[in-house]
Every structure is written in structure tokens, then in C-alpha cells.
Design a protein around this ligand. Sequence first.
Ligand code: DAT
Length: 216
Amino acid sequence: MSNSQRSSPNILITVPSGVMLPSEDPSDLSPRMLMHPSHARTEAINQQVLGTPGVGKSTLAMQLAEKTGLEWLEVSRLAQQLGCLQEYDEVYQCPVLDEDKLLDNMEFMMGPGGKIVDYHGCDFFPERWFDIVFVLRTNNTLLYDRLTNRGYKDKKLEDNVQCEIFQTILEEAQRSYKAEIVHQLSSNTPEDMKDNLNNMAAWVDYWRDSHNTSIS
Ligand code: DAT
């Protein structure tokens, strides 16, 4: 088994090599230990997929939704559909999010569970919404190329690559949620994406088995 993979009795957890998991005790890797203990969801797990733009959140979340039946909520698109975008920020070349309005609209969606929330930030979301949080991480050179292909340039390109270098989103997640529910996943190659998809789907299965639920 490589340095980047550690197994629990039921689930394989993949972490970037050298990254420490919340506990050094391998027994803490069981899904039961790593899931949010105070959930009250009735239907299914709520997962969050986080990371700097370009790390692969949307591609992975869409595949996960197809594989599991969970609903993919792409927050940027949802905000646009719900009229939760304010004035345009010329410096960052994106509209400003009306967070309060978005949260009011999302509250009823999140309650029953079964959602994959995909966004590049998390500090304004209620902690109670999420059972498990995945932060995708990408090598800086690969990310630079992906963002350039997407048409990012100048300050926007530089800021986003720096955001990844300084692991800004990971630290935001670690400040926003309990350490045991936040997991980093490498997202450099198609093989990484496949592994991540399987691991995240395994959490959905685990939740269903342990709560005896299913999504029709
Ligand atoms: P995000 O939603 O985080 O902005 P994305 O899903 O749109 O990112 O992906 C950006 C691009 O990178 C897209 O062309 C797919 C590619 N990509 C994402 N994850 C990858 C991976 N693990 N290996 C190879 N390419 C990947």
C-alpha cells in the first residue's frame, strides 16, 4: 500500500502523500469516527466538495451524483438561478455573492440530506449542514495550465494559483468544521479522480447502510 493510502476495515481513504490525517491512530479512520456525530438527517448524507477553482470539483461532483443518486448543488450556478448575485467585482472578475439570500434559499434543500455541495469556499455555510467535507488539491503547475485553458489571466490567475499554494481553502475548511470530517484528496490525474469518486461513493453507501435508507 502506498504512502497515500490507508485502509480502514470498510473504506479506503486516500490522502495526499505526507498529509497527516486528524489522528495518528489508525483505528480513528473508521467511517463512524470520521462522520459528523450530531447529524439528524433523514434521507442521506450531505457531502461538500471544496477547493480552489480548477481542482476538479464540478467534474467529480457531477460523476458522484450520477453514481450515487445524490443531488449536485453547484453553488455558483444555484446563486445565479436564485438571483443571489450582487454587483460585479472588476478586480476579481466575478459577481459578489449575496450569502444571506443564498443560505435562506438553500436551508430547505439541505435539511433532508442527499446533497453534494460544490463551491470554492465554505466559511459562510452552517456547520450543521455537512456530514463530511472533501477538499480537492492540485499540483500548482497542473492548476496553472487548467486555469489558463479556462481563460483565467493576470490577477485572477495569479490569485487562484496562490490560493492553492497557500492551501487557503483547506485552512478555511479546517477552521469551519470539526477536523475529523475534513479530508484532503489529490486531484492531479484521471486516476485520482476515479479513486476519489469511489471513495466518496463508499461514504454514501456507508451512510445508507448505517441509516438503513435509500434514495429512489
Ligand atoms: P472546478 O469545478 O474545481 O473549477 P473542474 O471540474 O471544472 O474544476 O475541472 C477543471 C478542469 O480540470 C476540467 O477540464 C477537468 C480537469 N480536471 C479536473 N480534475 C482532474 C483530474 N483529477 N485529472 C485530470 N484533469 C482534471
